[in-house]
Design a protein. Structure first.
Length: 209
């Protein structure tokens, strides 16, 4: 069974508060999002398996540990999820990157797919689906549906901000997926925006309105 992990680290809480502030400009928002995702990624990758190898230091021979198995796959939900990719690549530079393109229908609030491209051997990889926002959960559920349809099994989902409604929906749809969130917010409003939230993450990352 997957678990919900809500980050309690003081640095994450501090940076989330700065991220929420409407006066935070685009460049600062990008930097903060990247820093928070790195801190989250450090926690989310603790379950990666290791294998032992023999190495020689300048002093002697010894045994070290390296990641075992295939590289991980980072799968952002376009477009805002791209803002978290560099963070994961900072931690695991050998990771492969897939892309899932979804947008939310403004009337139904349901996700609509327009693109899906995943790395080879996806069934053997530790997969991290990333998106700054988990609102209704529809986009995340659809993205993970696509990953599983292509053979993905070991899936972790990461979000900067999440609403309780989205968390519940994702857990019900994919109870096997671990969920990491930097902040669990209060609720969704009538327009399905997260409260207190931080506005539209894609607009704030890319400077569009």
């Amino acid at each position: 069974m997957g678990k919900l992990h809500v980050m309690e680290h003081p640095l994450i809480k501090h940076k989330i508060s700065m991220l929420r502030d409407e006066s935070t400009n685009t460049n600062a928002f990008r930097i903060l999002a990247k820093e928070i995702a790195i801190l989250m990624g450090y926690e989310a990758t603790k379950k990666l398996k290791l294998k032992s190898i023999n190495i020689t230091t300048p002093i002697c021979d010894t045994v070290g540990s390296v990641l075992d198995g295939e590289d991980i796959a980072v799968v952002p939900i376009l477009r805002a999820g791209l803002g978290m990719v560099d963070s994961m690549l900072t931690l695991v530079p050998t990771a492969k990157v897939g892309h899932i393109g979804l947008y939310r229908d403004p009337d139904t609030h349901e996700p609509v797919e327009y693109y899906c491209k995943l790395p080879k051997k996806i069934e053997d990889r530790e997969i991290f689906v990333v998106d700054p926002m988990l609102a209704t959960g529809g986009s995340a559920i659809a993205a993970i549906d696509f990953v599983k349809k292509h053979g993905g099994k070991k899936i972790t989902a990461m979000f900067l901000i999440a609403a309780p409604e989205g968390i519940d929906a994702l857990q019900n749809a994919h109870p096997d997926v671990d969920i990491y969130v930097a902040a669990k917010d209060e609720k969704l409003n009538k327009n399905a925006y997260i409260v207190p939230g931080l506005g539209d993450a894609g607009d704030r990352i890319y400077g569009t309105k």
